[in-house]
Design a protein around this ligand. Structure first.
Ligand code: ADP
Ligand code: MG
Length: 236
């Protein structure tokens, strides 16, 4: 793994919603193996930046490139249609949000296995891999529990397992500890970083919490929809 290799590169992104600005000329590069915190006041464009990087939202202008694809040709995410972007999201990216991405009616194991089955893994294999991924995050034997029967911290571990089980090269987390107490937050953040450390996988984590940002290798700061700082983090 070469730590300096870019995985994602965004150039000059702009985005408006009617008369509301969400991004105003933002560029950012994410490299293999790094953990990047995105900070900034509420409304400064953090979520929009993350969604543009992940191909969930298309910017009005600017480009996002994904490097190291199977074809060897960088993917111009901003030029892909919906189907191609959604295929990229299933295979290259994993997502951990504050809450709501897990299906409450399904068990922990089923939630994780679903990410694999959507990529064509047979159910039985998917369930075995899901159980192993959950065990690696401290949830051994809990694959049969429904999400509603788990604590907030346990549910976020399931979300982390699901985000990375498909071999995603980039994990995106949008305020993943926003609904947790500070102790549980620290645990979840540590697991999130552990799941990228030494794998070459990159993590992009939106957070308001300077403690969370401290754990990352780089900190990007947005203000008024622009990038105002790009600094080395304290960790690693
Ligand atoms: P942050 O995550 O930093 O709080 P966002 O990226 O969510 O900021 O939002 C940036 C600005 O764009 C805000 O003013 C927000 O209200 C607006 N915005 C974001 N998404 C939408 C949307 N889908 N429709 C309308 N306005 C939006
Ligand atoms: Mg946000």
């Amino acid at each position: 793994m070469i730590a300096d290799t870019p995985v994602l590169s965004a150039q000059n992104l702009t985005k408006t919603y009617g008369s509301t600005t969400a991004l105003d000329g933002v560029s950012a590069t994410v490299r293999a193996g790094e953990s990047v915190a995105v900070m900034g006041a509420s409304g400064s464009g953090k979520t929009t930046l993350l969604h543009c990087l992940a191909g969930i939202v298309l910017p009005d202008t600017g480009s996002v490139r994904l490097f190291g694809t199977a074809t060897g040709v960088p993917a111009e995410i901003t030029s892909l249609d919906d189907a191609a972007r959604s295929a990229l999201r299933r295979t290259e990216f994993g997502f951990v949000f504050q809450q709501g991405l897990l299906i409450p009616e399904l068990t922990a194991g089923e939630n994780v296995a679903l990410a694999l089955m959507l990529n064509g893994t047979p159910r039985q294999v998917a369930e075995q891999q899901a159980a192993a991924a959950l065990a690696a995050l401290g949830l051994a034997g809990m694959e049969g529990r429904r999400i509603g029967e788990l604590s907030g911290g346990q549910a976020q571990r399931v979300a982390i397992a699901r985000a990375q089980v498909n071999g995603a090269r980039v994990l995106f987390a949008d305020e993943p500890t926003g609904a947790l107490d500070s102790r549980t937050s620290a645990d979840v953040m540590a697991l999130l970083l552990q799941s990228v450390a030494g794998t070459g996988r990159a993590l992009v984590v939106v957070t308001h919490d300077p403690e969370v940002a401290r754990w990352c290798s780089r900190v990007l700061t947005l203000a008024d929809w622009r990038m105002v700082a790009d600094t080395a983090g304290v960790a690693r």
